[in-house]
Design a protein around this ligand. Sequence first.
Ligand code: ADP
Length: 424
Amino acid sequence: MILALGCIADDYTGASDLANTLTRAGLRTVQTIGVPANDLALPEVDAVVVSLKSRSIDASVAVSRSRAAETWLRGRGAGHVLFKICSTFDSTDAGNIGPVMDALRAECGETAVLVTPAFPETGRTVYQGNLFVGAVPLNESPLKDHPLNPMHDSNLVRVLARQSKTQIGLVDLATVSRGADAVRARLAELADKGIGAAIIDAVFDRDLETIGLVAAEHRLSVGASGIGLGLARALVSTGKVKSTAAGGTGAAVGGPAACLAGSCSQATLQQIANAERVMPVLHLDPEQIVAGGGEAQRALAWARPRLADGPVLIASSATPEAVAAVQARHGRDAAGHAIEQAMADIAEGLVQAGVRRLIVAGGETSGSVVDRLRIPGFLVGVEIAAGVPVLRAVGAETGEMLLALKSGNFGGPEFFTDALKLMR
Ligand code: ADP
């Protein structure tokens, strides 16, 4: 199998967002957790998104992990690699966008790299190289106070120049609006001057299509899900990829189903209340979990005899007052960590008991469950709710399995039943 598109994402949620965007645009897409093993058996796909956690780590480590990801992707035939960054260009003057871009560029011999975090439908636009977050420039947005990488300059030509060894140019909106040939000519002009990368403006959705068409002719680009969408549309419109009706995840998996909820968001509390009407629900005792009182074993003993009769839901979720009380007694991090580990124990036990369809509510909770189950990647399927697709495990020791991993606030009031309907 030859990949049409390889992506390297600098964080996990950004990777999920990109993988979902590519799937919606008709690309069969797998998201991997970290750089996969060489022998990972991939299904037939058009794109792979390798999720790294490299946004805020030391630049040299970010470079070496990104290069390993690139080698893996190119080894599977990826002609174009997108380095996926945050749509607010989260980084410091020390990196990591510039150093990773430089290293990937050197590796693939790209002359001029197109760079844009623009994604107009989510309010990220770039004009004259300046990034806007909604109606305000980046340096006036909440990102100016980000704890790890405060953004004090909205001019991305300057921001990237401070991080990169190559000179940075600009492809402005006037050029983009004249179409792909004008962009090609401008890029050639920049490359002739030895300028190795260019911020490219995008204000409207159609700009992404122009950018995607030109980027797809190159080896490397840098940007957020917006340029990913542009690339996906270009691959489909030029016939390099045959568009697939969004998100087939293959044959039904069957087997017992279970839901786990560790999110305490309003949306999740409502979803649990609604689930109580249609499936057995066990509410864990957070005090017992933090005290190490065997709560996970109790939950598994409760669930096992019920699995044959239909889905069950196990929740640690509690009201804000109850959460505050537990945190006051044990500390926020200690309580959160203990509960996440208990959820991972329960997930592991459920899978050992035969569960093959697993729905998890809560971002951190999902992370600890996926780590524990050692799932190397997912084939992305149809969306249950905006931003929450059905996932089919790829290369998992557990064998065939479907998952849904939801951040707290996502999904409608009937999320658990909505998910189960699509996870056959
Ligand atoms: P969300 O996506 O809503 O932020 P997360 O899973 O990311 O959900 O975070 C929820 C955090 O709250 C986790 O660390 C989880 O372990 C913790 N938690 C879950 N239930 C409780 C509870 N009853 N009391 C205190 N903390 C809890």
